[in-house]
Design a protein around this ligand. Sequence first.
Ligand code: S3P
Length: 441
Amino acid sequence: GDKSITHRAIMLSSIANGPSIINNAHVGKDCLATIQCLKAMGVKIERYNDKVIIHGKGLYGLNSPFDLLDAENSATTVRILSGILSAQNFPSVIFGDTSLAKRPMKRIIDPLTSMGAKINSTYNNDCIPLEISPSRLRGIDYRTPILSAQIKSALLFAGLYADGPTSYTEEYQTRNHTELLMKNFGIDISVEPGERVAVGMVPNASDSDMENGLIGSTIGEHLFYKNVTTTLYPKGEFNGRNIQIPGDMSAAAFVIGAALLIPNSAVKILNVGVNETRDGLLRVLQSMGADITMLNYREHEGESMADLLVRTSELCATTIEGPFIPNIIDEIPMLAVIASLAKGTTIIKDAKELRYKESDRITSTVTNLRSMGVNATETEDGMIIEGTDHLEGAIVGSFMDHRIAMAFSIAGLVAKGETRILNSHCVDISYPNFYDTFMFE
Ligand code: S3P
């Protein structure tokens, strides 16, 4: 189940009236942390494997927690929940682990404060712990300087409690799961798509590669929306409902990577969420020449899903930038590993946000690629990767970052010799049965 949608479904169901059933929920550690925080505020939540039943308490039904709220490793939990906590009539403190303590929170503190929220960072460093005091919120028009679905979601959740509409404008649309879910709950929310821009993708391939047919299948223009404004009109209470969560594209990315790189593979991945704000990985890979076929496409309540048939492919390099970046932000470590085995030089830019994830993913990805013999270089907002014909097995770090551990486990599968991934248990954050999927020893 998709991690982003599950976080939002848990939070929205908790402040809805009456029961909601979440099917195919993501049950990695991050979403379990969100569940624990809401349980600590009196929400009754039952879990049967990946089915989660939430007995919503209504917009104003949360209780004052007896203890600090522990978001563990999950920035999504802190950032979005802060939007809800800001509007409660009780004080709360939210904190997490040492990795989360380094992640920037000013990005939500500032706009929530302009809505009237009272948020104090305990150590005055704009990081957790955040001490949140009761306040009355007002609707604002906010244009974000950072492309982040977490900031957008924090404001939309806070907007449910505001005295007027809240609108949020972003240069390029980030994942829109909050908007879709809120609409399904009957909340009055509208999206002005702004201007349509077409971005061309051309492979970084030599003329001879072009002549030999080593070029992508869907090279050409990709459409994005620029200056997208989302407006929420608060109308009070709403009711619980059933929610079906699609499979997580960001987890499927590792299976896709393995299938593309391991010789003679053909893998069908079922029920993958292919929402157009999350399908950039497929578009980029297809333009690199990947043999990926989308089967059985269907839509359900605004989200879309498909089965993906992925076959081993000879790939060529590309340049990834601009509006593609928010769409593929969590898939970049895997994409970098794939690019390291593509023909030519791949350039990733406009991706400085990678430095603020569970690890600095520009440094962690480039460091590990170099350990495996790849000529990769960091830039301030991305990386340059020279494709090679093989990876060397190596000892690599996970940097305690689940997506780095998984991307380099796939690298290890195709490398010559043994690869050891240090602290690989951190895959539990988003893909607890990752190693079972690949039947690693
Ligand atoms: C997420 C949004 C992204 C992503 C994160 C999950 C979400 O972060 O990297 O893993 O669920 O909204 P930003 O919104 O900060 O870019």
